[in-house]
Design a protein around this ligand. Structure first.
Ligand SMILES: [Zn+2]
Length: 303
């Protein structure tokens, strides 16, 4: 997501903002000048011909499918001829509903009750304003990411009711999902779409049947809209705890050819695990020198 608005007035998770539009423009200038940006489809086509990827190949990715990928990123990418891959969680696009973790963040930050109970029962008293409440967002989200997924869904509903946020979160364009029209238009212009599940659960906390559904339904939905094969899935959250051998096997069984994590690193296709592909992270505090250093010396930044 883009642009750091007035942080103290922004009622969603500030950590999900990865760059200002201006910084993103400079990053993509640099990528277009010094690298060979491709898509996963291009990469797989090379591998299918037993050819190595093009020299200096790089893939730009976005997770979740926030609407600003269309409103802000699309033009920057198009102007520079940089393709990118957007991993979307299809249920939120279908329902035009804000992502669950953004609903939770908003419930805490815009809370009218000023208090709630953590899933373990501990009382949480919130500070008076958004700045003071940000640490509580982190605590609540990290508790929710630890539990079995059906329990997580119940807790999200309970917490939103308890915190009783002012205003309507789902209509807020600052944190909303793409529409299928956006996806169709971007796909026709060369942006690649991959799966990021249906409901963005932590897949390692979901049972086998649930994982199968998350993988197959999201894939079918994107393929129906774009008319293109969906060969790649990015695991929601994607850290080492968010996916395991069971999740990787299910991704393969559902027909994916690659599985993308959020573990820090870069890949060599000769030695990689195609279902645990690592990425370099760009965050809102990643300045231009750090961005260039990461691309020049990725090994230094691998986790
Ligand atoms: Zn995500």
């Amino acid at each position: 997501m883009f642009d750091v608005p007035e942080e103290d007035a922004y009622p969603f998770d500030i950590e999900l903002i990865s760059a200002s539009v201006d910084a993103f423009r400079r990053q993509m200038d640099y990528v277009a000048r010094h690298f060979r940006p491709i898509t996963f489809a291009t990469l797989l086509a090379h591998l299918d011909r037993s050819e190595p990827p093009p020299p200096r190949a790089l893939i730009v990715t976005f997770d979740d499918g926030f609407a600003d990928n269309y409103h802000e990123a699309f033009q920057v990418l198009r102007e520079r001829g940089v393709p990118a891959t957007i991993f979307v969680s299809t249920g939120f696009i279908d329902r035009q509903e804000n992502f669950w973790y953004e609903r939770v963040a908003n419930a805490v930050l815009a809370s009218r009750s000023g208090r709630g109970e953590l899933p373990g029962g501990e009382a949480l008293v919130l500070g008076p304003d958004i700045a003071a409440r940000r640490p509580a967002v982190k605590r609540v989200l990290s508790a929710l990411k630890q539990m079995p997924d059906d329990e997580r869904r119940r807790q999200v509903a309970r917490l939103v009711a308890q915190f009783d946020p002012a205003g309507r979160c789902d209509g807020d364009p600052r944190s909303g999902p793409l529409t299928w029209d956006h996806v169709r238009e971007m796909s026709a212009a060369g942006i690649e779409f991959g799966s990021h599940s249906v409901d963005h659960p932590i897949l390692s906390r979901v049972d086998d049947e649930g994982i199968r559904r998350e993988f197959t339904e999201s894939r079918a939905r994107i393929e129906a809209v774009t008319g293109r094969a969906v060969q790649v899935v990015a695991y929601p959250v994607g850290g080492p705890d968010a996916f395991d051998g069971r999740v990787k096997a299910a991704a393969r069984e559902a027909g994916y050819r690659l599985g993308i994590s959020y573990v820090t690193g870069y890949e060599n296709t000769a030695t990689w695990d195609p279902f645990a592909i690592r990425r370099l992270h760009v965050e809102r505090y990643t300045g231009e020198p750090l961005f260039r250093a990461m691309l020049a010396m990725p090994a230094t930044f691998a986790g």
